[in-house]
Design a protein around this ligand. Structure first.
Ligand code: HAM
Length: 422
């Protein structure tokens, strides 16, 4: 027996119906903000992903050599591919350029619920705008997408990596020490952060203060800490403008400031944000994004870039956990010929109904009426049409309501109006 590779999944028609429903809903929100959809290849040159992160990233991705000896990688995310596309072909487009995408990603992760080796992202990038309003709108877009698909309980956290870096400098943390600290801060392991800081030569008072600021959601405390550093003050003031717009104009007020957002990828700078679904437990992060730098690294003319990606699979898990009722797949009409002489007429009627947009199936296995009705039920059929010789002689068929079991003789010419009326 063959099995799906570890960390990958098959999807049934019911699951695909859910996925397509969520995808369509997300697309509507992306387009309502003026974003245009793009697509990039599933694999890229490996270098695209090592350029910023270095060779250590190779541990986490699916890389391979093709028959021509080229080093390639299945994309672990889409930001680098989108910026590659931008630098290659889209630099002349009017700014801001707002692009969205759906795509499968591949990471050599340890699989568990909500963490897969092949998963889907829904994301976007905005190129050429770094005003507070551009960032506020970006965060609102991510938040609205998740709300519009039907999620009830999500939390939004917003941070800033420049302020975080300033904090490291201010208490005198070395580069190596910082590398060790980032994953600990990301996981909120503050006791370990304290130990690493003290081992790295930071005095206890400063270490305590640092941990306090990293955990605070009080902007005034952060202000006090950064005092007069010009660039940090500017970053904080922009952050305040973003928060003001979110609350007052975009009507999103359940956010938290969270300086401990450090993000796993190496290209971020400045604004960062994450949206979680607490109901999912360990793998609760639904969305991550922020401002980043890749354009100049890829040889383009410098321009600001920001974006986010939503974990599509986790969004579905969260909707399921909140018991969201997805629309079920259904058949409008199931046609049952009572004998083989009725097959041609049945197909003809089925085809006419499909032309009118009615979802129509007919019995392909020449089963009896009883078994066919059972199958029609399993396909959530609303109506059944039973076609027999006596009825057909009178240009009529039997229309059955699958819920009530009521049956009536109707003229073939009336089928469409009867169904549409329903
Ligand atoms: P990321 O945080 O690495 O960011 O991934 C975004 C989202 O993808 C996560 O929040 C999570 O929901 C989902 N995700 C990540 N890994 C897995 C996995 N193994 N299984 C299932 N879901 C997963 C990025 O990828 C950035 N490119 C986002 C971005 C766009 N930043 C700027 N623009």
């Amino acid at each position: 027996m063959y099995q799906v590779p570890r960390g990958t999944r098959d999807f049934t028609p019911d699951e695909m119906q859910k996925r397509r429903y969520v995808e369509e809903n997300m697309k509507t929100t992306f387009t309502s903000f003026g974003y245009g959809e793009i697509q990039t290849p599933t694999f890229e040159n490996l270098e695209l992903f090592t350029a910023k992160s270095g060779d250590s990233i190779v541990e986490e991705i699916y890389d391979f050599s093709d028959k021509g000896g080229r080093k390639l990688a299945l994309r672990p995310e889409l930001t680098a591919p989108v910026i590659r596309f931008y630098v290659e072909k889209l630099q002349m487009e009017p700014k801001p350029l707002k692009l969205f995408y759906f795509g499968n990603c591949f990471r050599y992760d340890r699989p568990q619920k909500g963490r897969y080796r092949e998963f889907q992202q829904a994301g976007c990038e905005i190129i050429g705008a770094d005003t507070p309003e551009a960032y506020a709108e970006l965060i609102a877009l991510a938040y609205n997408i998740l709300k519009n698909v039907g999620l009830k309980n999500i939390t939004l956290n917003i941070g800033n990596l420049n302020i975080m870096n300033f904090m490291f400098t201010k208490i005198g943390v070395s580069k190596d020490c910082k590398k060790e600290l980032l994953p600990l801060i990301d996981k909120s392991q503050f006791e370990e952060v304290y130990t690493v800081l003290c081992d790295g030569g930071v005095n206890k008072e400063k270490a305590d203060l640092f941990i306090d600021i990293v955990q605070t959601s009080n902007i005034n405390k952060i202000k006090d800490f950064i005092k007069k550093d010009k660039s940090a003050v500017e970053d904080l003031s922009n952050l305040e403008k973003i928060l003001h717009l979110l609350k007052n104009s975009l009507k999103i007020n359940n956010y938290q400031i969270k300086m401990s957002i450090v993000r796993g990828l190496d290209y971020y700078k400045g604004l960062v944000f994450e949206i979680d679904a607490p109901i999912l437990g360990a793998e609760k992060q639904l969305c991550g994004g922020g401002a980043y730098d890749l354009v100049s690294l890829f040889g383009g003319r410098d321009t600001p870039t920001a974006g986010f990606a939503i974990g599509f699979d986790r969004t579905i898990l969260a909707l399921d956990a909140e018991q969201f009722s997805f629309p079920l797949p259904k058949t409008d009409v199931y046609i049952i010929p009572v004998n083989s002489e009725m097959i041609e007429k049945s197909i003809e009627i089925a085809q006419q109904l499909r032309k009118e947009g009615v979802i129509t199936e007919f019995d392909l296995l020449r089963r009896g009426v009883g078994k066919s009705l059972k199958y029609a039920n399993s396909k959530n059929s609303e109506k059944a049409i039973i076609i027999g010789p006596q009825e057909l002689e009178k240009d009529s068929v039997t229309l059955r309501d699958m819920k009530t079991g009521d049956q009536q003789l109707i003229k073939i010419a009336e089928i469409l109006s009867k169904i549409k009326n329903h």
